[in-house]
Design a protein around this ligand. Structure first.
Ligand SMILES: NC(=O)c1ccc[n+]([C@@H]2O[C@H](COP(=O)([O-])OP(=O)(O)OC[C@H]3O[C@@H](n4cnc5c(N)ncnc54)[C@H](OP(=O)(O)O)[C@@H]3O)[C@@H](O)[C@H]2O)c1
Length: 373
């Protein structure tokens, strides 16, 4: 599908959706609604545990009409993401403030508008944005992104391959990797966390331009999937030994580009296996997110950056704010053309949000972890 076709399809769908949507209603006209919430009960002292969370439920009364501009939304899909782990402490984190005790956890979600006094948000339409973990919520000053409803594209994809995680692979690929790799004769790429949401997309993008791609993940099933459909020529289970695993896939080759999702010992072992003039894209460091500062792994081989004249390039997705819609459209076209595939692990039920979040640090997901409410 060309970009013009996709865009016109999108516009016609949005118009159709606006025409078909039911008239604006006040909260006072719809029945009393019950909402379930997931709150932070305590900060973890070590790995996250279910004991750090509590669920409650309450009724949203409809004594008053919905104020002008307000909407009522119901959560449809909840995203859990590794960066959230850095918010389980008080004060400002590296990107967002810490979660507050007694308040709902929040994350990127897809929700449906069920009542509206705001012309921008029609009843029945889907929206996405950061939302508290409350199944039904009144939003007085909504500033959400409306979502297109496209055939064959589940709305959860806007939290994964067409949202935060897909774009966290696509934009560093576009800006830091593509030209660098194309300038090499037989580029070798290594992606850690290659069965995960970001890693699986980055590996496929590198494969799509003819690189030799190696990956690593934490189970045999994930390794098989990386090799069969997620862009890897070979992959290894890092739990069976990192140095041996790297040597097993690389044989006599070195790594031109390393996309680092995990940090720690993996980064250390990769540094000594990099090519002269190679590049490391620092996406994340999940191996340390559940570790106390004083116990963090100390990388020992950083002198290789000097001796091999390496570049280390970090990024935070937000730096490309203006480019995100266009990038999402480009990824959507690759998806429609089957140049890349989306991988999701979906847990069903709001009560699974905690399991889903904790599961990220235990390797329970393949591809994007989503909780469908
Ligand atoms: N810079 C940015 O803007 C940005 C944006 C999004 C994400 N990120 C980063 O990208 C990385 C991947 O995020 P994602 O959303 O795609 O998550 P993900 O890979 O879908 O899920 C996390 C995976 O990490 C692996 N893992 C957990 N503990 C590990 C450990 N100690 N060592 C090695 N692997 C471990 C697990 O798989 P296994 O079975 O393989 O262990 C787990 O399934 C994270 O570091 C995240 O913080 C950065």
């Amino acid at each position: 599908m060309t970009s013009t076709t996709t865009l016109s399809l999108l516009v016609s769908l949005l118009v159709l959706q606006a025409l078909l949507s039911v008239p604006v209603v006040g909260f006072g006209e719809i029945p009393v609604m019950k909402t379930e919430r997931c709150l932070l009960k305590s900060y973890p002292d070590g790995p996250l545990s279910p004991d750090n969370f509590e669920f409650d439920s309450k009724e949203l009364t409809n004594e008053e009409d919905l104020p002008q501009d307000a909407i009522v939304v119901e959560l449809k899909h909840v995203s859990v993401d590794p960066y959230m782990r850095t918010r389980f402490k008080p004060g400002m984190g590296y990107i967002m403030p810490g979660f507050e005790l007694g308040k709902p956890i929040e994350s990127a979600c897809v929700a449906q508008v069920v009542a509206s006094k705001n012309d921008k948000y029609k009843v029945g339409s889907l929206i996405t944005g950061m939302m508290p973990w409350e199944t039904t919520q009144v939003v007085k000053e909504p500033s959400f992104q409306p979502l297109p409803q496209l055939d064959g594209i589940p709305s959860s994809y806007f939290l994964g391959i067409l949202g935060l995680t897909g774009l966290s692979a696509y934009l560093p690929f576009k800006h830091y990797a593509k030209d660098f790799l194309k300038a090499k004769e037989k580029p070798v790429v290594f992606v850690s966390g290659s069965a995960g949401a970001v890693g699986s997309v980055f590996a496929q993008l590198c494969k799509s331009i003819g690189c030799t791609v190696y990956g690593s993940a934490g189970t045999g099933d994930k390794i098989a999937l990386c090799k069969s459909s997620l862009g890897c020529d070979d992959a290894f289970n890092y739990k069976d030994g990192i140095a041996a695993g790297l040597d097993g896939v690389l044989k006599d080759q070195t790594i031109d580009l390393y996309f680092d999702n995990v940090g720690g010992e993996m980064l250390d072992e990769v540094l000594v296996r990099m090519s002269m003039g190679g590049k490391i894209i620092c996406c994340g460091s999940i191996s340390g997110y559940e570790t106390k500062d004083e116990d963090l792994y100390g990388v020992q081989n950083l002198f290789c950056v000097t001796t091999k004249r390496l570049q280390m390039q970090g990024f935070l997705l937000g730096q490309w704010g203006d480019e995100l819609p266009q990038a999402s459209q480009e990824l959507g076209e690759m998806l429609a053309a089957k140049d890349i595939v989306a991988q999701e692990t979906v847990l069903k039920g709001f009560d699974k949000v905690v399991e889903g979040l904790i599961g990220l640090f235990k390797g329970s997901n393949t591809g994007k972890m989503i909780i469908t409410v």
